[in-house]
Design a protein around this ligand. Sequence first.
Ligand SMILES: [Zn+2]
Length: 112
Amino acid sequence: MALAELGKCDWCGIGLESGEGWRLVKPARNMGAAFCRLEHVAPWLTEKNDWHILDQVEVPPSADPFCAVTGNELDEAAMYLIRRHGDVEVVDGFSGPEETLKWARAGGRYAP
Ligand SMILES: [Zn+2]
């Protein structure tokens, strides 16, 4: 299965159109998950954490090579959270699940 085929939120199960929602990927292990909203990432990571194994997950081309939380250079363990809104793709990278959790709980990129 490809990342784009993840058709529902892995936390609440609501259906997702291909051009909407959030995707969390771990390219080094070809793993991914999908979410309807950012608020569903943290509870999923802490309580379910049941990733989909996908055919091939690439590091998103527009991804920054540094962790959005710590500023450290990303390595093999990196995870990326991808927000799709129509044709626009916004990507944030994280050193690991702790950083991802921290960022998601704080409200993400546009946190006050
Ligand atoms: Zn959801």
